[in-house]
Write a protein that binds this ligand. Structure first.
Ligand SMILES: Nc1ncnc2c1ncn2[C@@H]1O[C@H](COP(=O)(O)OP(=O)(O)O)[C@@H](O)[C@H]1O
Ligand SMILES: [Mg+2]
Length: 260
């Protein structure tokens, strides 16, 4: 029986590549034959939109699950990219407020995911750009957390906050949570500056900086508007190769150390 390995992609910074990483890594894992579920935990619903669904036309989505109206399986949608999706809508903002007043609010997502753990090899959680109750839910449900980081000046500011939140979660709701590492995104290897940012991050935090960094490419920004992942719109670019490399690495690591 398979037991999904769950990875939260988190950072309270917006625009660092969380959603792109969830979509690209997810599709790269699916290309390798893995069963993949992506969960859109951002009320902006960018992941949902970027995989070709219009959040405003959805009858049922993640907010209905979090409110206990339906089960997770009722909202799972197959996409043309070979991954399944738990879509989101703007109503997730209200779910967040409602969850805050409920008991054990950090476990709501974890409990919802239990019913599908044996259906998937991987579950990737796309967090909103905050460290609020939705991100805490993701960190509570996850085995591992991946922190994308844009290679720019002062990019590291804020990594400390994610790390603190992860530590807090390990003390309260998920002692087994591990930090997979920092994933450098939008990397321009031609600039000494980007290289310096990478070196600085490596020295500053006691966690792996994943290699290779994801190169900057305008193709990444074009794909979401087409409702497709960049792996299908621009399969040959270096950034796609980089995500494929990370997918292969995850798979190899999972074979060495199966899910807990
Ligand atoms: N490697 C990249 N090169 C260029 N643009 C990128 C890259 N990765 C993501 N982007 C673009 O940057 C913007 C922010 O990325 P996104 O994944 O939405 O970040 P987040 O989810 O952290 O807010 C989007 O327009 C996305 O298409
Ligand atoms: Mg996002």
């Amino acid at each position: 029986m398979i037991v999904a390995r769950t990875i939260a992609v988190a950072s309270q910074k917006g625009g660092v590549g969380k959603t792109t990483t969830v979509a690209s890594l997810g599709v790269a894992l699916a290309e390798l034959g893995e069963e993949v579920l992506l969960v859109d935990l951002d009320p902006q619903a960018c992941l949902t939109f970027s995989l070709g669904l219009d959040p405003e036309l959805l009858q049922l989505a993640l907010p209905d699950v979090l409110a206990g109206r339906v089960g997770l399986r009722d909202v799972i949608t197959a996409t043309e990219e070979g991954v399944d999706l738990v879509p989101s809508t703007i109503a997730l903002a209200q779910s967040e407020a409602a969850m805050l007043t409920g008991d054990a609010s950090e476990y709501v997502l974890k409990r919802a995911l239990v019913s599908v753990l044996d259906h998937y090899d991987w579950i990737l959680l796309d967090c909103p750009p905050t460290l609020g109750v939705l991100t805490v839910n993701a960190l509570t449900a996850a085995d591992e957390v991946l922190v994308p980081l844009q290679c720019e000046t002062l990019a590291h500011r804020g990594v400390g906050q994610v790390v603190e939140t992860v530590l807090a979660v390990t003390q309260v709701s998920n002692p087994r949570l591990r930090i997979l590492g920092v994933l450098p995104t939008m990397y321009d290897s031609r600039t000494a500056h980007a290289r310096a940012v990478l070196a600085d991050i490596a020295g500053r935090y006691d966690m792996p900086v994943l290699d290779p960094p994801i190169p900057r490419s305008v193709r990444f920004a074009e794909a979401p508007a087409l409702g497709r992942s960049v792996l299908s719109t621009s399969p040959g670019i270096r950034g796609v190769e980089a995500y494929r490399t990370h997918a292969q690495w995850l798979l190899a690591a999972a074979r060495v150390e199966p899910s807990r």
